[in-house]
Ligand binder design. Structure first.
Ligand code: SME
Length: 156
């Protein structure tokens, strides 16, 4: 049985991620079911970091299909190369968008979203899904988020 999430009082992103990562590690270790783990990770990031929307899209045939998430309802299918998520999938790399209105082709699932980061999940060198996080403020994500979120998806 998992313990409750421990939230530290800090405004330092490094400190918050550093407190969440070991908790995520212990949550997912020993649980082989991917959907269960993705669901818990979405909850940890949503409540631990207070983001607008945190979720996963999984590669199914030639599309990304909505997986476990926390936040407002979202679009269910995204094609390769489309939006921020499809771009991250196509390029197989993390994409940081400081202002979604300035990203050509951005798919607006929530009108409250202002900035976004998308981190690919790999298995055997292939992208098998993406972690997508939306913020209701501009310029929320930087290389600090990229550093810790890329470490996080390696745990999955
Ligand atoms: N904005 C994303 C779509 C997914 S939602 O933000 C949850 C995109 O442009 O790919």
């Amino acid at each position: 049985m998992a313990e409750e999430l421990t939230l530290i009082e800090s405004t330092d992103k490094h400190e918050i991620y550093q407190s969440l990562l070991p908790q995520i590690k212990s949550l997912v270790s020993g649980e082989p079911d991917q959907i269960a783990n993705l669901a818990n990770v979405a909850a940890v990031l949503k409540y631990g970091m207070d983001f607008l929307w945190v979720g996963f899209y999984l590669v199914k045939q030639d599309e990304l299909v909505l997986g476990p998430f926390q936040g407002p309802i979202a679009c269910t299918r995204i094609r390769k190369g489309k939006g921020v998520c499809g771009t991250s999938w196509e390029q197989a790399k993390t994409v940081i968008v400081p202002d979604v209105d300035a990203f050509p082709g951005h798919i607006a699932c929530s009108s409250a979203s202002r900035s976004e980061i998308v981190v690919p999940l790999f298995k055997d060198g292939e992208v098998i899904g993406i972690l997508d996080i939306d913020s209701d403020e501009l310029n929320t994500f930087d290389e600090t988020d990229q550093l810790y979120l890329e470490q996080l998806v390696e745990l999955l």
